[in-house]
Design a protein around this ligand. Structure first.
Ligand code: NDP
Ligand code: 2IT
Length: 447
């Protein structure tokens, strides 16, 4: 490894050894960059890596809110404004009990490179709270969102920072957050994406991450003269990303056979079709129920309590769409033993470094989330553009733009991988292509 890269990494590990997910993300990116740093001294001279691994700003705040019994609850709120070299900070908000600063730093760091890959002018950021929306009433979720935005509104804005959804933050939460922003600011700003259509949202934004991931998988398979049609696919999660991944797989003639949540997984050997998917949409988005209900409704399916879908059935494709580190080395081996030829990540960092090693030695197609799930934030960028010109594009127009963006990300990642001596390595390609644009903007803008 390049000496400068190794030193930055070592310093980082000694400073915040407890931020495991952030260190994992940083180690992966910096390892890819070693060869770029070898080839050009300009990055080291400008201390680009030291500046890239520290967020430009972190905002931490208390979020007090009243539950339905009138009792006061207090959560921790965060916004990590990581890098604004190529545009306003952009990235989602995650509401989940596991949220802490290290997790948001990992997500914000990944977002910097991902947003650069989209070809759109967006910096990187991430935020959220350890609030758990599960089991909360609408009233409680609204109280929480109001309190969260009561502080956050002063730190964001259409040219400063534009949050969106992530785990636990969907259309309902974006609505409450936007309403409170507007009340605080008295200004109808394009300050959140993932809004509903009637009040500034974009067609295809809900679908974008899942559709984009399947478009990316198609591009990877096309390099081998292959396609998703006729292939069996394992999908994890049953939220926004998983739902639209399953939908696009069905549309393109593949056979998705699984879904999961934090309690367990279902395998449906007959395949999840559009009617069964409609059941999942209603179960998860309206009833906020558990995926185990699927197996009660459709007896062809089997429910596996406490299990992830990997290796539970034979499948050529795997599209992890739940959360970080949901595929470990054993899961990866089980996938490959069951015929897997492609892993395309809908979630952020769902594969552990050991799992990635297994993919590499098996020489399967593997796309890291920062490339393959970038369609979500890219379409957020398209929502911002439509808001700025006060017009909205049709479904077909947005889908076509999304599709082109995914093709370009695929092409740029492959080209960068080949240029730096690792043809076909989407991890190196995505990290290098994402890095170079941000780094040259940082150098141009001085310090
Ligand atoms: P949702 O909240 O809509 O769905 C999350 C899904 O993952 C749920 O099925 C949830 O199960 C499951 N899940 C969450 N945490 C865990 C866990 N610790 N263990 C097992 N299962 C878990 O979120 P999204 O679909 O939006 O996000 C899914 C992934 O995609 C995340 O990694 C996110 O960062 C990433 N992503 C999202 C984008 C977007 O546009 N929404 C864009 C790019 C990436 P349960 O219901 O039991 O919690
Ligand atoms: O991880 C991600 O890219 C997202 N959660 C979407 C971010 C966004 O701003 O749309």
């Amino acid at each position: 490894m390049n000496k400068y890269v190794a030193k930055v990494l070592e310093d980082l590990k000694s400073k915040q050894p407890w931020e495991k997910e952030f260190l994992q993300a940083a180690e992966e990116v910096l390892s890819s960059l070693s060869v770029v740093l070898d080839s050009d001294p300009i990055y080291e001279k400008n201390k680009i890596l030291e500046r890239m691994v520290v967020p430009e700003r972190i905002i931490m705040f208390q979020v007090p809110w009243a539950d339905d019994k009138g009792e006061i609850q207090v959560n921790q709120g965060y916004r990590v404004q990581f890098n604004s070299a190529i545009g306003p900070y952009k990235g989602g908000l995650r509401f989940h009990p596991s949220v802490n600063l290290g997790i948001l730093k990992f997500l914000g760091f990944e977002q910097v490179f991902k947003n650069s890959l989209t070809t759109l002018p967006m910096g990187g950021g991430k935020g959220g709270s350890n609030f758990d929306p599960k089991g909360k009433s609408d009233n409680e979720v609204r109280n929480f969102c109001n309190s969260f935005m009561r502080e956050l509104y002063r730190h964001i804005g259409p040219n400063t920072d534009v949050p969106a959804g992530d785990i636990g933050v969907g259309g309902r939460e974006i609505g409450y957050l936007f309403g409170q922003y507007k009340r605080c600011k008295n200004s109808y700003d394009s300050v959140l994406t993932g809004k509903a259509l009637e009040w500034g949202g974009s067609l295809i934004r809900p679908e974008a991450t899942g559709y984009g991931n399947v478009y990316f998988a198609q591009e990877m398979l096309a390099t081998k003269g292959d396609s998703v049609a006729g292939k069996t696919a394992l999908v994890s999660g049953s939220g926004n990303v998983a739902q639209y991944t399953i939908e696009k797989l069905i549309q393109l003639g593949a056979k998705p056979i699984s879904a999961s949540d934090s309690n367990g997984s279902i395998i449906d050997p007959d395949g999840i079709d559009q009617e069964k998917l409609a059941f999942i949409f209603d179960l998860k988005n309206n009833k906020r129920g558990r995926i185990s209900e699927y197996a009660k409704k459709y007896p062809t399916a089997k429910y596996y309590e406490g299990k992830r879908p990997w290796g539970l059935a034979k499948a050529e494709l795997a599209l992890p769409s739940a959360t970080q580190n949901e595929i470990d080395a054993d899961n990866a081996k089980a996938l490959i033993e069951n015929g897997c030829i492609l892993v395309s990540e809908g979630a952020n960092m769902p594969s552990t470094p050991e799992a990635i090693e297994v993919y590499k030695s098996a020489k399967i197609l593997y796309a890291p989330g920062k490339a393959s799930n970038a369609g979500g934030v890219a379409t957020s960028g398209l929502e911002m553009s439509q808001n700025a010109i006060r017009l909205s594009w049709t479904r077909e127009e947005v889908d076509e733009k999304l599709h082109n963006i995914m093709r370009n990300i695929h092409k740029n990642a492959l080209e960068a991988a080949a240029e730096y001596g690792t043809p076909g390595d989407y991890v190196n390609g995505a990290n290098i292509a994402g890095f170079k644009k941000v780094a040259s903007a940082m150098i141009a803008q001085g310090f």
